[in-house]
Design a protein around this ligand. Sequence first.
Ligand SMILES: Cc1cc2nc3c(=O)[nH]c(=O)nc-3n(C[C@H](O)[C@H](O)[C@H](O)COP(=O)(O)OP(=O)(O)OC[C@H]3O[C@@H](n4cnc5c(N)ncnc54)[C@H](O)[C@@H]3O)c2cc1C
Length: 379
Amino acid sequence: MNHTYDAAVLGAGIAGSSLAKSLADQGWDTVLIDRQLFPRHKVCGEFLSPESQHTLNALGLLNTVKSLQPSLISKIRLIFSRGDILEIPLPGHAIGVSRYLLDSTLHSEVIRSGASLQTATTVTSVYPNEDGYRIEMKQEGLPIQVQVRTVIAAWGANRRSGILGSTQISSVNHLHTGVKSHYSGIDIEPVVELYLFPGGYMGISPIEGGLVNVAALLTQESFGKTEKTILGMIDAAARRNPKLYQKLAQATPVPGTQVAVAPVDLHRRPLAWDVIPHVGDAALMIPPLCGDGMSIALRSARLCSTLADRYLRRDISLARWQYEYTRSIHREFKSPMRWGRLLQWLFGLPIVPQLLPRLGHLAPGLAFELVRATRLKET
Ligand SMILES: Cc1cc2nc3c(=O)[nH]c(=O)nc-3n(C[C@H](O)[C@H](O)[C@H](O)COP(=O)(O)OP(=O)(O)OC[C@H]3O[C@@H](n4cnc5c(N)ncnc54)[C@H](O)[C@@H]3O)c2cc1C
Protein backbone atom coordinates (compact mmCIF):
# COMPACT_ATOMS: atom_id res chain seq x y z
CA MET A 1 0.00 0.00 0.00
CA ASN A 2 2.81 2.43 -0.92
CA HIS A 3 0.82 4.50 -3.39
CA THR A 4 -1.56 7.18 -2.05
CA TYR A 5 -4.27 8.32 -4.47
CA ASP A 6 -5.63 11.82 -4.20
CA ALA A 7 -9.21 10.57 -4.54
CA ALA A 8 -11.20 7.34 -4.63
CA VAL A 9 -14.73 7.22 -6.02
CA LEU A 10 -16.70 4.19 -4.80
CA GLY A 11 -19.18 3.05 -7.46
CA ALA A 12 -18.78 3.42 -11.23
CA GLY A 13 -22.35 4.19 -12.30
CA ILE A 14 -23.14 7.48 -14.00
CA ALA A 15 -22.47 9.59 -10.86
CA GLY A 16 -19.17 7.93 -9.96
CA SER A 17 -17.83 7.82 -13.51
CA SER A 18 -18.57 11.46 -14.26
CA LEU A 19 -17.09 12.51 -10.90
CA ALA A 20 -13.91 10.44 -11.41
CA LYS A 21 -13.47 11.91 -14.89
CA SER A 22 -13.93 15.43 -13.60
CA LEU A 23 -11.38 14.93 -10.77
CA ALA A 24 -8.84 13.39 -13.16
CA ASP A 25 -9.43 16.27 -15.63
CA GLN A 26 -8.47 18.65 -12.82
CA GLY A 27 -5.19 16.76 -12.41
CA TRP A 28 -6.00 14.60 -9.37
CA ASP A 29 -4.69 11.04 -9.14
CA THR A 30 -8.06 9.27 -8.98
CA VAL A 31 -9.21 5.66 -8.68
CA LEU A 32 -12.75 4.57 -9.58
CA ILE A 33 -13.87 1.31 -7.99
CA ASP A 34 -16.91 -0.91 -8.71
CA ARG A 35 -17.94 -4.35 -7.59
CA GLN A 36 -19.37 -5.25 -10.99
CA LEU A 37 -17.80 -6.19 -14.31
CA PHE A 38 -18.76 -3.94 -17.23
CA PRO A 39 -20.52 -3.66 -19.59
CA ARG A 40 -23.62 -4.76 -17.69
CA HIS A 41 -27.34 -4.17 -18.00
CA LYS A 42 -28.97 -2.05 -15.30
CA VAL A 43 -32.56 -1.35 -14.29
CA CYS A 44 -33.23 2.14 -15.63
CA GLY A 45 -35.65 3.83 -18.03
CA GLU A 46 -32.53 4.82 -20.05
CA PHE A 47 -34.04 8.23 -20.65
CA LEU A 48 -31.52 11.06 -20.20
CA SER A 49 -33.65 14.14 -19.62
CA PRO A 50 -33.08 17.37 -21.59
CA GLU A 51 -31.73 18.98 -18.38
CA SER A 52 -28.91 16.43 -18.12
CA GLN A 53 -27.32 17.66 -21.35
CA HIS A 54 -26.22 20.93 -19.81
CA THR A 55 -24.25 19.03 -17.14
CA LEU A 56 -22.93 16.48 -19.64
CA ASN A 57 -21.63 19.39 -21.68
CA ALA A 58 -19.99 21.02 -18.65
CA LEU A 59 -18.32 17.69 -17.83
CA GLY A 60 -17.03 17.37 -21.40
CA LEU A 61 -19.21 14.31 -22.06
CA LEU A 62 -22.05 15.52 -24.28
CA ASN A 63 -20.36 14.89 -27.63
CA THR A 64 -19.28 11.43 -26.49
CA VAL A 65 -22.87 10.57 -25.53
CA LYS A 66 -24.22 11.97 -28.80
CA SER A 67 -21.69 9.90 -30.74
CA LEU A 68 -23.42 6.73 -29.45
CA GLN A 69 -26.24 7.39 -31.92
CA PRO A 70 -28.91 7.48 -29.24
CA SER A 71 -32.60 8.06 -29.91
CA LEU A 72 -33.87 11.60 -29.51
CA ILE A 73 -37.13 11.92 -27.58
CA SER A 74 -39.40 14.96 -27.75
CA LYS A 75 -42.43 14.15 -25.59
CA ILE A 76 -43.94 12.08 -22.81
CA ARG A 77 -47.12 10.12 -23.45
CA LEU A 78 -49.08 8.95 -20.40
CA ILE A 79 -51.38 6.00 -21.10
CA PHE A 80 -53.85 5.16 -18.35
CA SER A 81 -55.29 1.70 -17.77
CA ARG A 82 -58.76 2.80 -18.96
CA GLY A 83 -57.22 3.82 -22.29
CA ASP A 84 -57.01 7.62 -21.81
CA ILE A 85 -53.92 9.28 -23.24
CA LEU A 86 -52.22 12.51 -22.20
CA GLU A 87 -49.27 13.93 -24.16
CA ILE A 88 -46.82 16.36 -22.63
CA PRO A 89 -44.06 18.02 -24.69
CA LEU A 90 -40.56 17.99 -23.20
CA PRO A 91 -38.67 21.26 -22.73
CA GLY A 92 -36.03 20.09 -25.27
CA HIS A 93 -34.84 16.74 -26.59
CA ALA A 94 -34.16 13.86 -24.22
CA ILE A 95 -31.64 11.14 -25.12
CA GLY A 96 -32.46 7.43 -25.17
CA VAL A 97 -29.35 5.30 -24.67
CA SER A 98 -28.80 1.99 -22.86
CA ARG A 99 -26.87 1.95 -19.59
CA TYR A 100 -24.97 -1.02 -21.07
CA LEU A 101 -23.45 1.31 -23.65
CA LEU A 102 -23.49 4.56 -21.68
CA ASP A 103 -21.71 3.39 -18.52
CA SER A 104 -18.94 1.53 -20.34
CA THR A 105 -18.43 4.52 -22.64
CA LEU A 106 -18.07 6.76 -19.59
CA HIS A 107 -15.43 4.32 -18.28
CA SER A 108 -13.39 4.77 -21.46
CA GLU A 109 -13.56 8.53 -20.87
CA VAL A 110 -12.48 8.06 -17.24
CA ILE A 111 -9.41 6.09 -18.36
CA ARG A 112 -8.70 8.62 -21.12
CA SER A 113 -8.68 11.36 -18.46
CA GLY A 114 -5.92 9.50 -16.60
CA ALA A 115 -7.87 7.91 -13.73
CA SER A 116 -7.55 4.22 -12.78
CA LEU A 117 -10.57 1.93 -12.99
CA GLN A 118 -10.87 -1.16 -10.80
CA THR A 119 -13.93 -3.29 -11.54
CA ALA A 120 -15.01 -6.59 -9.95
CA THR A 121 -13.75 -5.02 -6.70
CA THR A 122 -16.14 -4.72 -3.75
CA VAL A 123 -15.48 -2.05 -1.15
CA THR A 124 -16.01 -3.51 2.32
CA SER A 125 -14.78 -0.76 4.70
CA VAL A 126 -13.60 2.83 4.77
CA TYR A 127 -11.49 3.94 7.75
CA PRO A 128 -10.47 7.57 8.33
CA ASN A 129 -6.78 7.88 9.34
CA GLU A 130 -4.07 10.54 9.65
CA ASP A 131 -3.37 10.70 5.92
CA GLY A 132 -6.95 10.52 4.72
CA TYR A 133 -8.68 7.15 4.44
CA ARG A 134 -7.80 3.48 4.16
CA ILE A 135 -10.19 1.58 1.91
CA GLU A 136 -10.56 -2.16 2.28
CA MET A 137 -11.83 -4.15 -0.69
CA LYS A 138 -12.28 -7.69 -1.97
CA GLN A 139 -11.07 -8.71 -5.43
CA GLU A 140 -11.74 -12.32 -6.47
CA GLY A 141 -12.33 -13.12 -2.80
CA LEU A 142 -8.93 -11.73 -1.75
CA PRO A 143 -8.60 -8.69 0.55
CA ILE A 144 -6.78 -5.63 -0.82
CA GLN A 145 -6.33 -2.09 0.50
CA VAL A 146 -5.72 1.34 -0.87
CA GLN A 147 -4.76 4.63 0.84
CA VAL A 148 -6.37 7.84 -0.39
CA ARG A 149 -6.48 11.51 0.61
CA THR A 150 -10.21 11.75 0.03
CA VAL A 151 -13.08 9.39 -0.80
CA ILE A 152 -16.57 9.86 -2.23
CA ALA A 153 -19.49 7.41 -2.13
CA ALA A 154 -21.26 6.86 -5.47
CA TRP A 155 -22.54 3.39 -4.64
CA GLY A 156 -26.15 3.81 -5.69
CA ALA A 157 -29.44 3.70 -3.89
CA ASN A 158 -29.02 1.14 -1.15
CA ARG A 159 -27.51 2.55 2.02
CA ARG A 160 -24.14 1.03 2.82
CA SER A 161 -23.67 2.40 6.32
CA GLY A 162 -21.86 -0.82 7.33
CA ILE A 163 -18.91 0.16 5.12
CA LEU A 164 -18.59 3.46 6.95
CA GLY A 165 -19.32 2.13 10.42
CA SER A 166 -22.06 4.76 10.74
CA THR A 167 -25.47 4.34 12.29
CA GLN A 168 -27.76 5.65 9.54
CA ILE A 169 -30.86 3.49 9.33
CA SER A 170 -32.80 2.88 6.08
CA SER A 171 -36.56 3.10 6.07
CA VAL A 172 -38.35 -0.07 5.04
CA ASN A 173 -41.74 1.22 3.89
CA HIS A 174 -43.43 1.39 0.50
CA LEU A 175 -40.94 -0.86 -1.21
CA HIS A 176 -40.89 -1.42 -4.96
CA THR A 177 -39.20 -3.77 -7.38
CA GLY A 178 -37.66 -2.43 -10.60
CA VAL A 179 -37.43 -4.63 -13.71
CA LYS A 180 -36.22 -4.02 -17.23
CA SER A 181 -35.67 -5.72 -20.57
CA HIS A 182 -34.75 -4.59 -24.06
CA TYR A 183 -37.10 -5.55 -26.89
CA SER A 184 -37.02 -5.60 -30.65
CA GLY A 185 -40.07 -5.46 -32.89
CA ILE A 186 -41.81 -2.53 -31.16
CA ASP A 187 -42.89 0.37 -33.34
CA ILE A 188 -42.26 3.57 -31.45
CA GLU A 189 -42.15 7.28 -32.25
CA PRO A 190 -39.58 9.59 -30.59
CA VAL A 191 -41.66 9.45 -27.43
CA VAL A 192 -41.30 7.99 -23.95
CA GLU A 193 -44.52 6.16 -23.19
CA LEU A 194 -45.52 5.75 -19.55
CA TYR A 195 -48.21 3.14 -19.00
CA LEU A 196 -49.96 3.42 -15.64
CA PHE A 197 -51.82 0.60 -13.93
CA PRO A 198 -52.76 -0.44 -10.38
CA GLY A 199 -49.55 -1.35 -8.54
CA GLY A 200 -47.06 0.52 -10.71
CA TYR A 201 -46.10 1.82 -14.11
CA MET A 202 -43.99 0.84 -17.10
CA GLY A 203 -41.91 3.08 -19.32
CA ILE A 204 -41.23 2.24 -22.96
CA SER A 205 -38.66 4.33 -24.76
CA PRO A 206 -36.42 4.04 -27.82
CA ILE A 207 -32.67 3.55 -27.34
CA GLU A 208 -29.79 3.00 -29.77
CA GLY A 209 -29.79 0.39 -32.55
CA GLY A 210 -33.56 0.44 -33.18
CA LEU A 211 -34.20 -1.28 -29.84
CA VAL A 212 -36.69 -0.29 -27.17
CA ASN A 213 -36.14 -0.29 -23.42
CA VAL A 214 -38.99 -1.46 -21.20
CA ALA A 215 -38.61 -0.65 -17.49
CA ALA A 216 -41.20 -0.97 -14.76
CA LEU A 217 -41.49 -0.01 -11.14
CA LEU A 218 -43.90 -2.31 -9.32
CA THR A 219 -45.06 -2.32 -5.72
CA GLN A 220 -43.92 -5.43 -3.89
CA GLU A 221 -47.39 -5.62 -2.37
CA SER A 222 -48.99 -6.15 -5.80
CA PHE A 223 -46.34 -8.14 -7.64
CA GLY A 224 -43.91 -9.51 -5.06
CA LYS A 225 -45.46 -12.88 -4.40
CA THR A 226 -46.89 -13.97 -7.72
CA GLU A 227 -44.32 -13.74 -10.51
CA LYS A 228 -40.84 -15.14 -10.17
CA THR A 229 -39.20 -14.25 -13.50
CA ILE A 230 -38.54 -10.79 -14.90
CA LEU A 231 -40.40 -11.44 -18.14
CA GLY A 232 -43.22 -12.96 -16.06
CA MET A 233 -43.44 -9.73 -14.02
CA ILE A 234 -43.44 -7.60 -17.19
CA ASP A 235 -46.20 -9.77 -18.64
CA ALA A 236 -48.26 -9.61 -15.41
CA ALA A 237 -47.91 -5.82 -15.36
CA ALA A 238 -48.84 -5.54 -19.06
CA ARG A 239 -52.09 -7.40 -18.40
CA ARG A 240 -53.19 -4.51 -16.18
CA ASN A 241 -53.19 -2.00 -19.04
CA PRO A 242 -54.83 -3.20 -22.30
CA LYS A 243 -52.92 -0.73 -24.51
CA LEU A 244 -49.63 -1.87 -22.96
CA TYR A 245 -50.53 -5.51 -23.50
CA GLN A 246 -51.28 -4.72 -27.14
CA LYS A 247 -47.97 -2.81 -27.48
CA LEU A 248 -45.91 -5.73 -26.21
CA ALA A 249 -47.86 -8.41 -28.08
CA GLN A 250 -45.52 -8.48 -31.10
CA ALA A 251 -42.35 -7.60 -29.19
CA THR A 252 -39.38 -9.93 -28.78
CA PRO A 253 -37.24 -9.68 -25.62
CA VAL A 254 -33.51 -9.34 -26.36
CA PRO A 255 -31.81 -12.28 -24.58
CA GLY A 256 -29.54 -11.37 -21.67
CA THR A 257 -30.95 -7.86 -21.13
CA GLN A 258 -33.35 -8.74 -18.30
CA VAL A 259 -32.42 -7.38 -14.87
CA ALA A 260 -34.24 -6.58 -11.64
CA VAL A 261 -33.53 -4.53 -8.54
CA ALA A 262 -35.20 -4.74 -5.14
CA PRO A 263 -35.98 -3.19 -2.84
CA VAL A 264 -36.41 0.30 -4.32
CA ASP A 265 -37.28 2.65 -1.45
CA LEU A 266 -38.85 5.86 -2.74
CA HIS A 267 -39.15 7.40 0.71
CA ARG A 268 -35.51 7.35 1.74
CA ARG A 269 -34.28 10.60 3.26
CA PRO A 270 -31.66 12.52 1.24
CA LEU A 271 -28.15 12.16 2.69
CA ALA A 272 -25.47 14.33 1.14
CA TRP A 273 -22.84 13.42 3.73
CA ASP A 274 -22.43 10.44 6.03
CA VAL A 275 -18.79 10.30 7.20
CA ILE A 276 -17.87 11.02 3.53
CA PRO A 277 -19.65 12.89 0.71
CA HIS A 278 -22.32 11.01 -1.25
CA VAL A 279 -23.28 11.63 -4.90
CA GLY A 280 -26.03 10.34 -7.20
CA ASP A 281 -28.55 7.87 -5.81
CA ALA A 282 -26.31 7.41 -2.76
CA ALA A 283 -27.23 10.98 -1.81
CA LEU A 284 -30.84 11.13 -2.95
CA MET A 285 -33.27 9.35 -5.18
CA ILE A 286 -36.03 11.17 -7.05
CA PRO A 287 -38.98 8.87 -7.96
CA PRO A 288 -37.96 7.20 -11.26
CA LEU A 289 -41.30 8.32 -12.74
CA CYS A 290 -39.69 11.77 -13.20
CA GLY A 291 -36.87 10.34 -15.38
CA ASP A 292 -34.41 12.71 -13.75
CA GLY A 293 -32.27 10.37 -11.60
CA MET A 294 -29.34 10.40 -14.02
CA SER A 295 -29.55 14.16 -14.35
CA ILE A 296 -29.37 14.50 -10.55
CA ALA A 297 -26.48 12.02 -10.48
CA LEU A 298 -24.54 14.14 -12.99
CA ARG A 299 -25.37 17.44 -11.29
CA SER A 300 -24.40 16.18 -7.80
CA ALA A 301 -21.12 14.81 -9.23
CA ARG A 302 -20.34 18.20 -10.69
CA LEU A 303 -21.13 20.03 -7.44
CA CYS A 304 -19.01 17.59 -5.48
CA SER A 305 -16.10 17.72 -7.91
CA THR A 306 -15.71 21.50 -7.59
CA LEU A 307 -15.57 21.28 -3.80
CA ALA A 308 -13.33 18.19 -3.79
CA ASP A 309 -10.87 20.10 -5.98
CA ARG A 310 -10.82 23.00 -3.51
CA TYR A 311 -10.34 20.60 -0.60
CA LEU A 312 -7.49 18.75 -2.32
CA ARG A 313 -5.80 22.10 -3.09
CA ARG A 314 -6.13 22.83 0.67
CA ASP A 315 -8.28 25.82 -0.17
CA ILE A 316 -11.12 24.69 2.15
CA SER A 317 -11.37 22.37 5.16
CA LEU A 318 -13.31 19.11 5.24
CA ALA A 319 -15.91 20.79 7.46
CA ARG A 320 -16.34 23.61 4.92
CA TRP A 321 -16.70 21.08 2.10
CA GLN A 322 -19.39 19.23 4.07
CA TYR A 323 -21.25 22.46 4.83
CA GLU A 324 -21.14 23.81 1.26
CA TYR A 325 -21.99 20.50 -0.39
CA THR A 326 -24.90 19.68 1.94
CA ARG A 327 -26.29 23.16 1.38
CA SER A 328 -26.00 22.97 -2.40
CA ILE A 329 -27.66 19.53 -2.54
CA HIS A 330 -30.53 20.91 -0.49
CA ARG A 331 -30.80 24.07 -2.65
CA GLU A 332 -30.64 22.34 -6.04
CA PHE A 333 -32.76 19.27 -5.42
CA LYS A 334 -35.30 20.08 -2.68
CA SER A 335 -37.96 21.40 -5.03
CA PRO A 336 -37.74 18.69 -7.78
CA MET A 337 -37.73 16.02 -5.04
CA ARG A 338 -40.82 17.46 -3.39
CA TRP A 339 -42.73 17.71 -6.67
CA GLY A 340 -41.49 14.28 -7.79
CA ARG A 341 -42.77 12.66 -4.62
CA LEU A 342 -46.08 14.47 -4.97
CA LEU A 343 -46.43 13.20 -8.54
CA GLN A 344 -45.57 9.65 -7.46
CA TRP A 345 -48.18 9.83 -4.69
CA LEU A 346 -50.83 11.31 -7.02
CA PHE A 347 -50.34 8.53 -9.56
CA GLY A 348 -50.89 5.99 -6.80
CA LEU A 349 -54.37 7.37 -5.99
CA PRO A 350 -57.19 5.43 -7.68
CA ILE A 351 -59.06 8.62 -8.66
CA VAL A 352 -56.15 10.26 -10.50
CA PRO A 353 -56.14 8.01 -13.61
CA GLN A 354 -59.74 9.18 -14.17
CA LEU A 355 -59.21 12.85 -13.37
CA LEU A 356 -55.83 13.62 -14.89
CA PRO A 357 -56.61 12.97 -18.58
CA ARG A 358 -59.71 15.19 -18.35
CA LEU A 359 -57.79 17.87 -16.51
CA GLY A 360 -54.98 17.59 -19.06
CA HIS A 361 -57.39 18.21 -21.95
CA LEU A 362 -59.09 21.10 -20.16
CA ALA A 363 -55.85 22.77 -19.11
CA PRO A 364 -52.92 21.33 -21.14
CA GLY A 365 -50.51 23.89 -19.66
CA LEU A 366 -51.12 22.50 -16.17
CA ALA A 367 -49.68 19.04 -16.94
CA PHE A 368 -46.65 20.67 -18.58
CA GLU A 369 -46.09 22.88 -15.52
CA LEU A 370 -46.42 19.90 -13.17
CA VAL A 371 -43.78 17.98 -15.12
CA ARG A 372 -41.58 21.09 -15.30
CA ALA A 373 -41.73 21.47 -11.52
CA THR A 374 -39.98 18.10 -11.13
CA ARG A 375 -37.08 19.16 -13.44
CA LEU A 376 -33.73 20.57 -12.41
CA LYS A 377 -33.26 24.25 -13.06
CA GLU A 378 -30.37 25.43 -15.25
CA THR A 379 -27.55 26.93 -13.22
C1 LIG B 1 -37.22 1.40 -12.60
C2 LIG B 1 -36.29 2.57 -12.70
C3 LIG B 1 -36.35 3.41 -13.82
C4 LIG B 1 -35.51 4.52 -13.91
N1 LIG B 1 -35.59 5.30 -15.03
C5 LIG B 1 -34.79 6.39 -15.14
C6 LIG B 1 -34.82 7.18 -16.32
O1 LIG B 1 -35.51 6.89 -17.28
N2 LIG B 1 -34.03 8.30 -16.36
C7 LIG B 1 -33.22 8.65 -15.31
O2 LIG B 1 -32.55 9.68 -15.40
N3 LIG B 1 -33.16 7.88 -14.19
C8 LIG B 1 -33.90 6.77 -14.09
N4 LIG B 1 -33.80 5.96 -12.98
C9 LIG B 1 -32.86 6.35 -11.93
C10 LIG B 1 -31.40 6.09 -12.36
O3 LIG B 1 -31.25 4.76 -12.79
C11 LIG B 1 -30.46 6.38 -11.19
O4 LIG B 1 -30.78 7.65 -10.65
C12 LIG B 1 -29.00 6.37 -11.61
O5 LIG B 1 -28.64 5.10 -12.08
C13 LIG B 1 -28.11 6.74 -10.42
O6 LIG B 1 -26.77 6.59 -10.79
P1 LIG B 1 -25.64 6.35 -9.70
O7 LIG B 1 -24.34 6.42 -10.40
O8 LIG B 1 -25.89 7.21 -8.52
O9 LIG B 1 -25.90 4.87 -9.16
P2 LIG B 1 -25.75 3.50 -9.94
O10 LIG B 1 -25.87 3.69 -11.40
O11 LIG B 1 -26.68 2.56 -9.24
O12 LIG B 1 -24.24 3.05 -9.67
C14 LIG B 1 -23.81 2.62 -8.40
C15 LIG B 1 -22.62 1.67 -8.61
O13 LIG B 1 -22.03 1.40 -7.33
C16 LIG B 1 -21.57 0.06 -7.33
N5 LIG B 1 -21.42 -0.39 -5.94
C17 LIG B 1 -22.40 -0.53 -5.01
N6 LIG B 1 -21.87 -0.98 -3.84
C18 LIG B 1 -20.53 -1.13 -4.06
C19 LIG B 1 -19.46 -1.57 -3.23
N7 LIG B 1 -19.64 -1.95 -1.96
N8 LIG B 1 -18.21 -1.62 -3.78
C20 LIG B 1 -18.02 -1.24 -5.07
N9 LIG B 1 -19.00 -0.80 -5.89
C21 LIG B 1 -20.24 -0.75 -5.38
C22 LIG B 1 -22.65 -0.69 -8.12
O14 LIG B 1 -22.16 -1.89 -8.66
C23 LIG B 1 -23.04 0.33 -9.19
O15 LIG B 1 -22.38 0.11 -10.43
C24 LIG B 1 -34.60 4.82 -12.86
C25 LIG B 1 -34.52 3.98 -11.75
C26 LIG B 1 -35.35 2.86 -11.66
C27 LIG B 1 -35.25 1.97 -10.45
